[in-house]
Design a binder for this molecule. Structure first.
Ligand SMILES: Cc1cc2nc3c(=O)[nH]c(=O)nc-3n(C[C@H](O)[C@H](O)[C@H](O)COP(=O)(O)OP(=O)(O)OC[C@H]3O[C@@H](n4cnc5c(N)ncnc54)[C@H](O)[C@@H]3O)c2cc1C
Length: 611
């Protein structure tokens, strides 16, 4: 959504235009709740579970024996023996099909493994996930030629590390404007890649990487269009240089760097999926790849719950365990219920990814957005509950004879999740764009400049036909709910709320479209509120579905308590967003921000030490 009509057209070209499979979250924004997609809660098969159980047991033993997360954090180095051991276990080929030497794990089992590693050592999980969620294996699996798969996948399954190079010093969230070029030579048999790639995870040690570069523009529909192409680049190709290894506030053990490419000669056979399809490769890879990051977040938040449970019972202040004081208890209740909701989203979407019968691009983006934001709050609450000890390093705690509980490290490691693989802001814009798609598909020909009058009229007629049938029922009361009979009684009202609020959301989105028309894309805060309502509704639906399954399996009310509590929190947030989708302070804040940027409030900065 950012940018003008030209940028909009550029993003259009890169995104997956068609919806060939059903979308649950997309329908929520249209006022429809596809109950049958959510009940029963999708889980992995028993056979797949056994594969995952065996692998995770082996992994756990390896981690406990060989990986010291605090030592990795302190030294900033991942021991070679750890990488070799992980490679030997097949961890670099978890998602690579067996026919290419990988373990061929399902998305659920892969995410279970990353969840477990993420609960123990953030750096180790990033080594593996950068390699196979966004690095070479995933795009090759999806778009590679048989030759490319045969050449690269077995190597990577055996432990050849890979990376994904998109970001540049001047280009972060807006990759369409990248500067790295790939110039065809020898009649297009080769390309010379030149440019810089920043913050490339695994980049300094990768043997193979996906590099995004601009290839010559093409004329489409009478207009010159930028082309971005994905190339497989080998580290030992002349002209590839690691300029700098980056060091961050957390994830100290990862290898991440600024890479320079100077006339790197790459054969055309190394193009993934075709010229000009690079951004599409990146976006579609991330549509599923994005599920791994929240799985890692779930691991960290499980660890936080464990730390909190232990500490809030053990630590006594003012006459009792701190967990019995209401202010602390309310934090713990919030943490447990929001952790439950995050897990409910992650495992449902992972199972959907394996089944492949639903389009999960919106759900995966919601999982990433919600998972990263929830874990950040959960870690923050954990730090607060641990008090001074939360702020103290594990080494210092150990040094004075206390248990080295690494909340300080987890805090530093987790912050980046709100930035990588799409910042929270970009995720909200992405979800808004996809949610608006059914409307834009109808209205695109009316909105975009330069469309012939006949096309505009046809679009207008199409729109009238659709909206006259779709809009009025959004106001009609429903006498029967689609709530499945197995939903426990305490959650039935919550489910009915999801149904009603979804229709309200669809109306609100439509009204704002009519009111702001093309300018809606500039009303980011308004759009973000609508997106947040959709995300909370999806989280409610997933939580109710999972609690229903757990309730049926074990007959316990535990999961119902968690789902009910989450729904109460979510409803309060949703009501507050609906109450005032546009607020006077939005305009006020924008004005103050612009004045501040223009130096009008420079007086606020007096008293600083200049550097
Ligand atoms: C540890 C680490 C690992 C990384 N790994 C990789 C990797 O392996 N490969 C790779 O290619 N990249 C990687 N990155 C880069 C990462 O993906 C980018 O940092 C991210 O895409 C954001 O880009 P940026 O930092 O340049 O922020 P910018 O794009 O400059 O954005 C700055 C701020 O402005 C906001 N913003 C930007 N545009 C808009 C808009 N239109 N509307 C509203 N808000 C907006 C952003 O949300 C953000 O808050 C990594 C970065 C780090 C720190």
């Amino acid at each position: 959504m950012p940018g003008g009509p030209e940028a909009l057209e550029g993003i259009e070209a890169a995104r997956e235009a068609k919806w060939e499979r059903p979308t649950f979250a997309g329908q929520l924004f249209l006022g429809r709740v596809f109950t049958s997609m959510l009940f029963p809660y999708a889980v992995q098969s028993e056979q797949d579970r056994q594969v995952g159980d065996a692998f995770c047991a082996e992994l756990e033993t390896f981690l406990k024996k060989n990986v010291d997360p605090d030592e990795i954090d302190r030294t900033g180095e991942m021991p070679a023996a750890v990488i070799q051991g992980l490679a030997k276990m097949g961890c670099f080929g978890m998602k690579i099909p067996k026919e290419y030497g990988g373990l061929g794990l399902s998305q659920v089992n892969y995410n279970r493994a990353i969840m477990m590693i993420g609960s123990y050592c953030g750096s180790t999980s990033v080594w593996l996930s950068a390699h196979q969620s966004i690095g070479v294996p995933q795009p090759l699996k999806m778009f590679g030629t048989p030759e490319q798969k045969k050449k690269y996948l077995p190597r990577m399954a055996a432990g050849a590390v890979s990376a994904f190079a998109l970001t540049e010093p001047d280009v972060g969230s807006d990759p369409a404007n990248m500067a790295t070029t790939a110039t065809p030579v020898e009649e297009g048999a080769y390309y010379l890649i030149s440019g810089q790639k920043l913050w490339c995870t695994n980049g300094p040690v990768a043997e193979v990487m996906v590099v995004m570069a601009k290839t010559p523009e093409r004329t489409i529909g009478g207009k010159a269009r930028k082309q971005i192409t994905a190339f497989i680049v080998e580290r030992n190709m002349p002209g590839v240089e690691v300029v700098h290894r980056c060091d961050f506030m957390g994830l100290k053990g990862i290898q991440n760097g600024l890479l320079k490419f100077t006339n790197v000669k790459v054969p055309k056979e190394n193009i993934i999926w075709g010229l000009g399809r690079g951004l599409k490769v990146a976006l579609m890879t991330l549509n599923t790849g994005r599920l791994t990051l929240p799985a890692g977040c779930v691991g960290a938040s499980k660890r936080c719950l464990q730390i909190t449970r232990d500490w809030a019972q053990k630590r006594k202040q003012w006459g009792g365990p701190i967990g019995r004081h209401e202010a602390v208890a309310s934090k713990i209740g919030w943490m447990a219920s929001h952790h439950f909701a995050t897990e409910s989203i992650v495992w449902l979407c992972s199972a959907w990814a394996d089944r492949g019968d639903f389009d999960i691009r919106i759900e995966a983006a919601m999982a990433k957005l919600f998972g990263s934001e929830m874990v950040w709050s959960i870690v923050d609450h954990t730090l607060q509950i641990r008090g001074g000890r939360g702020y103290e390093t594990a080494a210092s705690l150990k040094g004075r004879g206390e248990q080295p509980i690494p909340v300080e490290r987890i805090y530093r490691d987790m912050r980046i999740n709100l930035i990588i693989e799409g910042t929270s802001e970009i995720m909200r814009l992405f979800i808004a764009r996809e949610a608006l798609d059914p409307h834009l598909q109808l209205a695109f020909d009316m909105i975009l400049p330069g469309r012939p009058m006949r096309q505009r009229i046809r679009a207008a007629v199409r729109s009238v036909g659709f909206y006259s049938l779709w809009y009025p029922p959004l106001w009609l009361p429903r006498f029967s709910s689609g709530c499945p009979k197995e939903v426990p009684p305490r959650l039935r009202g919550q489910w009915r709320y999801v149904e009603g609020a979804s229709r309200r959301l669809a109306r609100a989105l439509f009204h704002q479209m009519v009111k702001h028309q093309q300018k809606l894309e500039k009303r980011q805060i308004l759009l973000f509120r609508l997106v947040d309502i959709g995300v909370d509704l999806f989280a409610m639906a997933c939580s109710i579905s999972r609690a229903t399954m757990l309730h049926q399996q074990g007959g316990t009310e535990n999961s119902v308590d968690l789902a009910e509590l989450f729904c109460r929190y979510a409803r309060r947030r949703i009501e507050s967003q609906f109450d005032q989708l546009s607020r006077p302070e939005d305009r006020g804040a924008y004005r103050v921000a612009q004045d501040l940027l223009d130096g009008e409030y420079i007086w606020l900065e007096t008293g600083l030490v200049d550097y």
